[in-house]
Design a protein around this ligand. Structure first.
Ligand code: MEV
Length: 437
């Protein structure tokens, strides 16, 4: 799909805010408020003390002592299905947000990301044990699918009102007297864990009766492979060039090296694990920012990556003429209603800033952030190496840890990066010299 004829990828508009990283936090909040028609005071209030107060936290989990905050940033330049998105990310690792923004800019020049849900059904499992005649039990369960679907639907009346609900049932014979019944449920804009667990519990006793076996576990599967997101993108070779002077690598060479890096991950599970970690850097940060369950996402992603029996990369890269093209497909169960969103103002703010209207759109954006992170990592790894960019950003947190404040942080970080010694001791020394000037 080509971008609209009047689309200008360089224009300071939508998700593109040149020089954003140089602003102070209040200036950044003001810029985002202006861009999203938000009240800057509301942004500040939603993010105060990590977006949650201890009293609320005490109602969310048990034995609460306090709060534990993480940085909440925003990735820029992201355009998905021709719509610009500011992408809130919560992550503790330096360079993830900058790298995703940087790669998204390259993709933006070529029209942005294209994303879709391949399917949107959440799957729950009912385990049946000690089934005396599994073949007969499978036939019996399959003959009663309509009845089981009715029982399942009755367990989630609110979901039916929103036009969701149980859609399909299938039965698997695991051997050794174990059967498992899968119920596939359209959870609309909810992540759906509670909904599908209710469904499993509702049909469990009747399924056990039909099978002649004993009722076992009733719980969702995080390998939600009927709820997958697929995102594709391209980047022009010219936009991929990296480095200066003697260290410069031309775009076309970078392109080939990224494809080679992709092949490496396709051939080697050891590399694929790290490749996928780079993808999840982007996905998880969006999942966290929007109050979703990142453990569920991780479990599903890795199980899906290993579905062929050999652990494989979730995203791959190829050459298409003078362009690099990338494709990522993974299970992704995210919600834009319910769960943490009920209690967490910062998670609600994240969704508003992103401007997504549905869980599907949220999945599109999270997956785009994943593919952007993957591109940024491979481009750096295949050329100058990851440490250069990483270290200059890491230097900022070391500078702050050494006591640098305000403009001192950038000055000390630049000094550390130039000297290629990013240690607390060096930062303290540099700060001392800076202040003595
Ligand atoms: C670091 O958080 C992520 C990378 O290791 C990903 C990769 O190797 O592709 C840089």
């Amino acid at each position: 799909m080509n971008p609209p004829a009047d689309f200008d990828p360089e224009k300071d508009a939508g998700s593109r805010i040149p020089g954003f990283y140089k602003l102070s936090i209040p200036q950044r909040r003001a810029a985002i408020a202006a861009r999203t028609d938000h009240d800057v005071a509301r942004i500040a209030a939603a993010l105060a003390s990590g977006g949650l107060d201890p009293e609320t936290a005490d109602k969310v989990v048990e034995n609460v002592l306090g709060l534990y905050a993480l940085p909440f940033g925003v990735a820029l330049n992201v355009r998905v299905n021709h719509v610009d998105r500011l992408v809130p990310m919560v992550v503790e690792e330096p360079s993830v947000i900058a790298a995703a923004s940087n790669a998204a800019k390259m993709v933006r020049s070529a029209g942005g990301f294209h994303a879709e849900m391949v399917e949107s059904l959440m799957t729950t499992q009912v385990q049946l044990a000690s089934v005396p005649d599994p073949a007969r039990a499978v036939r019996e369960l399959e003959a009663h699918v309509e009845e089981l679907l009715r029982l399942a639907a009755a367990a989630v009346p609110g979901l039916l009102e929103r036009s969701g609900g149980p859609r399909e049932i299938d039965v698997r014979d695991l051997g050794q007297g174990f059967l498992v019944v899968h119920v596939h449920v359209d959870c609309c804009d909810a992540m759906g864990a509670n909904l599908v667990n209710s469904v499993a519990e509702a049909i469990g006793p009747r399924a056990a009766e039909l099978s002649g076996g004993r009722l076992g576990l009733r719980i969702l599967t995080n390998l939600c492979d009927r709820r997958r997101v697929r995102v594709t993108c391209r980047a022009h070779a010219a936009d991929l060039a990296i480095g200066r002077g003697e260290l410069r690598v031309e775009g076309s060479d970078v392109l080939d090296r990224v494809v080679e890096a992709s092949r490496f991950a396709e051939l080697d599970p050891y590399r694929a694990a790290t490749h996928n970690k780079g993808i999840l850097n982007g996905v998880d940060a969006v999942v966290m920012a929007t109050g979703n369950d990142w453990r569920a996402v991780e479990a599903g992603a890795h199980a899906f990556a290993a579905r062929s029996g050999r652990y494989a990369p979730l995203g791959v890269w190829r050459r298409d003429g003078a362009d690099l093209v990338g494709e990522l497909e993974m299970p992704l169960a995210l919600g834009t209603v319910g769960g943490t969103l009920r209690v967490h103002p910062a998670a609600r703010l994240a969704l508003e800033l992103m401007g997504v209207q549905s869980a599907a759109e949220l999945c599109h954006v999270a997956a785009a952030a994943g593919l952007a992170s993957n591109l940024a990592a491979l481009r750096a790894l295949a050329t100058e190496g990851i440490q250069r960019g990483h270290m200059s950003l890491h230097a900022r947190s070391v500078a702050a840890a050494a006591g640098a404040v305000g403009a001192e942080v950038e000055a000390v970080a630049a000094g550390l990066a130039d000297a290629q010694t990013v240690t607390l001791e060096a930062a303290r020394e540099y700060l001392g010299r800076l202040r003595a000037r």
